[in-house]
Design a protein around this ligand. Structure first.
Ligand code: MSP
Length: 519
C-alpha cells in the first residue's frame, strides 16, 4: 500500500515588522494539522516562509535605510526564531528571494503568456500598499481621519492611493465562469462555508482584468522579456506554493507534491487564494489546490492588534511566559477554527489550568504516582472488563471517532472538545473506582483500575500530540509508551504489563497570573 501524501502550506508573511500573535496563530494551527496528518499515517510536506518582494517591503527597507535584500535578510530571523520557539515542524521555509523561486515564477509567467492571457496596458486605479491590493472604486469605504476629513479606505480599512502606470494585465475577466463552476462542483475548495459564500458572490458580481506587473519600482521578480516591469507581488507570492512543491529545489512547474491539499490562510487573503490563484493555475495548465481554509483573526482582549493601540504582543514572549504547549492548546481550544477569537493572560491561565493542570495532568499524576507508590512503578495487568470499564470504553470509542471526524473537517476546537470529553470519562472512572480505597481492601482490583486509567491516559495523550508535542512526549515517556508506538496506528495497543515506568513528575503545574506577570 502506498503511503498517502499531504501537502499543507501556511501563508508566507511579509517580513516588514516582527511577527505578532496573528502570525503565531496561523503557524500553530497549520502545524497542528501537519502533525495530525503525520501521526495519521500520511507522508506530509509542510511549507511556510516569507513574502519578501513588493512595494510594502521596498518602502519599509527605505524607512530602515537599507537596501531591500539586506533588509529582508535581517527581518527573516525573528520569523525563524518564532517558528523554532513554537515547535513549528515545517519541511521548507521558503523565501521569495530564493533563486529556485525566481526561476519558477518566470516559468509560470511564460506559461500564462503562451496561453494568451497576458497583455500590456495601463493601470489607472486604487492601490493599497498595506494590502498590496488593487481595489475598484465601488469597493472603497468612506471614513473620517484624525483631522476630521473624509477619506476613502480599502474594505480592509487600509489607505489607498491613486496609481497610474504601464502594466501587464492578466485576463481574469475571462475566468469568471470557470471559477464559479469550480466553486459549485467542489464546494470544499473554499472553507469554511462563510468564506465560500463571500467569494462566490464576489466572483458572481463580475471580475476585472488584473494588473500583474509594476513599473514604478524595481524590488520584484523581473517580467521575462520585459525587464522594465517587475511582477505583481501577489503573483510572485502565490507561486511559492508551486516552488515549495518541488523536493529537489529545481524550480520546475512539475513539483512532485503539487497540487497542495490545503492552503491555510487568514480571512483577509482568501480572495487572492480562491480567485486569482486558481485562475493563474488554470491559465498555466496546472492542477488546483484541493482546499483553501480561511481562518479568522486573533484579537488581543477583543481588540485588533496594532502598533498605534500598543497591544502588539511578541509570540516568543508569550511562549516563554506560559510555555509553548499551553499557548498552542489555548489557541486551538478557545478559538473556533474559522472564526475570530480573542486571548488574554487571564483566559490562558484559566483555560489551561482547567484542561491541563486539573484535567489531563491530574489524571496522569494521580494514576502514575499510585503505581509508583504501590506497585514499584511497574505497569500493572489489566483485568476483565466490568461495568465501569465498558462505560469507559464506550465513551472512548465515541470520543475518538468524534476527534478524527473533527480533525479531518478542520474543526480543531471541536476535536479538543472530544478529547476533554474523554478526560472527563477517565477522571470519572478513576473517581468511581477509588483505587486509593482499594489499596487497603483489594490490591488486585486496584492494580486493574490503575492499568485501565493509565491506558485511558495514554490514548488521550496520543490524540493531544498534534496540539502539545513537547508535553505529550514527556507524558508518553512517563506512561512507558515506546517511541514507535506513538502514532495513531498504536491507538489500540496498550503498554505491556510489566513495563518499568520512570519516576513520575508533574508536566502541567497550576499557573497563577503572578507566575506569568511581566516576565
Ligand atoms: N504576504 C501575505 C500572504 C501571502 S501568501 C501567498 C500576507 N502576509 S501577512 O504577514 O500580512 O499575513 C500573513 C498571514 O497571517 C495571513 O494569512 C494573515 O491573514 C495572517 N494574519 C495576520 N494578522 C492576523 C491576525 N491578527 N490573526 C490571525 N491571522 C492573521 O498577508
Amino acid at each position: 500500500m502506498t503511503t498517502p501524501r499531504f501537502y499543507i502550506t501556511s501563508a508566507i508573511a511579509y517580513p516588514n515588522g516582527r511577527p505578532h500573535m496573528g502570525h503565531a496563530y496561523e503557524m500553530i494551527t497549520t502545524d497542528v494539522i501537519a502533525r495530525f496528518k503525520r501521526l495519521d499515517g500520511h507522508d506530509v510536506r509542510f511549507l511556510t516562509g516569507t513574502d519578501e518582494h513588493g512595494l510594502k517591503i521596498d518602502q519599509a527597507a527605505r524607512t530602515a535605510g537599507k537596501p531591500p535584500k539586506a533588509y529582508v535578510d535581517d527581518m527573516v530571523a525573528p520569523f525563524l526564531a518564532m517558528d523554532a520557539a513554537l515547535g513549528i515542524s515545517f519541511d521548507r521555509f521558503i523565501r521569495t528571494t530564493d533563486a529556485d523561486h525566481k526561476a519558477l515564477v518566470q516559468a509560470l509567467w511564460q506559461r500564462m503568456a503562451a496561453k494568451g492571457d497576458l497583455y500590456l496596458g495601463r493601470y489607472e486605479g486604487w492601490y493599497s500598499v498595506r494590502d498590496e491590493a488593487y481595489y475598484d472604486q465601488g469597493e472603497l469605504v468612506e471614513a473620517t481621519d484624525a483631522s476630521g476629513a473624509t477619506v476613502q479606505l480599502s474594505p480592509q480599512g487600509t489607505p489607498v492611493e491613486w496609481t497610474v502606470e504601464e502594466s501587464w494585465f492578466f485576463k481574469l475577466s475571462a475566468y469568471q465562469d470557470r471559477l464559479l463552476a469550480i466553486y459549485d462542483s467542489q464546494p470544499e475548495f473554499i472553507q469554511p462555508a462563510s468564506r465560500f459564500n463571500e467569494m462566490r458572490s464576489f466572483v458572481a458580481g463580475g471580475l476585472s482584468d488584473l494588473s500583474v506587473s509594476r513599473t514604478s519600482f524595481t524590488w520584484g521578480i523581473p517580467v521575462p522579456g520585459d525587464e522594465r516591469h517587475v511582477m505583481y507581488v501577489w503573483l510572485d507570492a502565490l507561486a511559492n506554493y508551486l516552488t515549495g512543491a518541488d523536493d529537489g529545489g529545481r524550480g520546475g512547474l512539475d513539483g512532485e507534491w503539487w497540487p497542495a491539499d490545503l492552503h491555510v490562510v487568514g480571512k483577509d487573503v482568501v480572495r487572492f487564494h480562491t480567485v486569482y490563484w486558481p485562475a493563474f493555475l488554470i491559465s498555466a495548465g496546472l492542477a488546483l489546490p484541493k482546499t483553501v481554509f480561511g481562518h479568522g483573526f486573533l484579537l488581543n482582549r477583543g481588540e485588533k492588534m496594532s502598533k498605534s493601540v500598543g497591544n502588539v504582543v511578541d509570540p516568543l514572549d508569550m511562549a516563554t511566559r506560559f510555555g509553548v504547549d499551553r499557548l498552542r492548546w489555548f489557541l486551538c481550544r478557545e478559538v473556533a477554527f474559522g472564526e475570530d477569537g480573542s486571548y488574554s493572560d487571564e483566559a490562558i491561565v484559566e483555560r489551561t489550568n482547567a484542561d491541563l493542570a486539573n484535567g489531563i495532568g491530574n489524571l496522569a499524576q494521580r494514576s502514575l504516582s499510585m503505581v509508583a507508590k504501590n506497585l514499584g512503578g511497574v505497569m500493572p495487568v489489566r483485568g476483565a472488563a466490568g461495568e465501569t470499564e465498558l462505560r469507559l470504553k464506550e465513551a472512548f470509542m465515541v470520543g475518538a471517532e468524534a476527534y478524527f471526524a473533527h480533525m479531518n473537517a478542520l474543526a480543531l476546537h471541536k476535536a479538543l472538545d472530544a478529547v476533554m470529553g474523554m478526560v472527563a470519562a477517565a477522571n470519572g472512572y478513576f473517581a468511581e473506582n477509588a483505587p486509593w480505597a482499594l489499596a487497603k481492601t483489594d490490591t488486585v482490583r486496584m492494580a486493574e483500575v490503575l492499568a485501565a486509567t493509565l491506558d485511558a491516559t495514554r490514548r488521550i495523550v496520543l490524540l493531544a500530540q498534534p496540539f502539545m508535542p513537547g508535553s505529550s512526549a514527556q507524558l508518553l515517556d512517563q506512561l512507558g509508551v515506546a517511541a514507535d508506538a506513538r502514532d495513531f496506528k498504536a491507538f489500540n495497543t496498550p503498554v505491556d504489563a510489566g513495563t518499568q515506568l520512570p519516576a513520575p513528575a508533574g508536566v502541567f503545574p497550576r499557573l497563577t497570573l503572578a507566575d506569568v506577570d511581566g516576565a
